[in-house]
Design a protein around this ligand. Structure first.
Ligand code: ZN
Length: 212
């Protein structure tokens, strides 16, 4: 059996913060438990670490430490004090700025679609006044966000939600198989963060089952 350990920071009684955590902490309403799920394989005797922020993937080192000040410490994890692993192509802050910018573009696109859906003079071809080309750009943005996050192990629920919310765009490009594939990726990430039996994971599984 693998041995892991967890340190609770006094006086907050919080697990150790890490900017590229190896675990995700979540509350399970079905079991009324606070659960930890490992985001990656770790060696024996590794300390379990979590992120104190849900949007850790989009925060630069300075932004993270501004927020951590209320806990009374500055982070000295590897993402804060050293270079990323050699497999990573971007410095940590550059990666996070890029992810934030791509998220922002996707958000603007979503807002534009919502506004257009309430346009009293809709596009006569039906649907929102968003071109097919823009849909492809957003789908490419999604792929790049996921690539950038995965490359440094920045797993989080936001990834899963983003993929799920925008999976229907593939129908507009005439590629329903890509929609199913994107939903399956959303599920894999949710399972990693919340486990296979969390209510949110099971709900997403049911949505995917209905697509078949
Ligand atoms: Zn850090």
């Amino acid at each position: 059996m693998c041995s892991l350990f967890l340190t609770l920071d006094a006086p907050s009684q919080s697990p150790l913060h890490f900017c590229v955590p190896n675990a995700y902490i979540c509350y399970n309403t079905d079991t009324d438990t606070l659960d930890f799920h490992m985001l990656r394989d770790v060696k024996k005797d590794t300390e379990i670490t979590v992120s104190y922020f849900q949007d850790i993937y989009a925060l630069t080192q300075r932004q993270r430490n501004d927020r951590l000040r209320k806990w009374g410490f500055s982070c000295t994890c590897s993402a804060c004090i050293s270079l990323p692993p050699t497999s990573c192509t971007l410095p940590p802050d550059v990666r996070r700025e890029k992810i934030k910018s791509l998220f922002s573009e996707v958000d603007q696109f979503t807002i534009a679609r919502l506004e257009n859906s309430y346009d009293p003079r809709p596009d006569p071809r039906g649907g929102a006044n968003i071109s097919n080309q823009e849909v492809h750009v957003i789908l490419d943005n999604l792929k790049e966000i996921i690539r950038l996050m995965k490359e440094e192990g920045l797993y989080g629920l936001a990834m899963s939600q983003l993929l799920e919310d925008h999976a229907p765009l593939h129908d507009e490009t005439g590629n329903p198989e890509a929609r199913r594939s994107q939903m399956a990726e959303a599920l894999r990430i949710r399972q990693r963060c919340l486990g296979n039996f969390h209510p949110s994971t099971l709900e997403l599984q049911r949505k995917i089952d209905r697509l078949h």
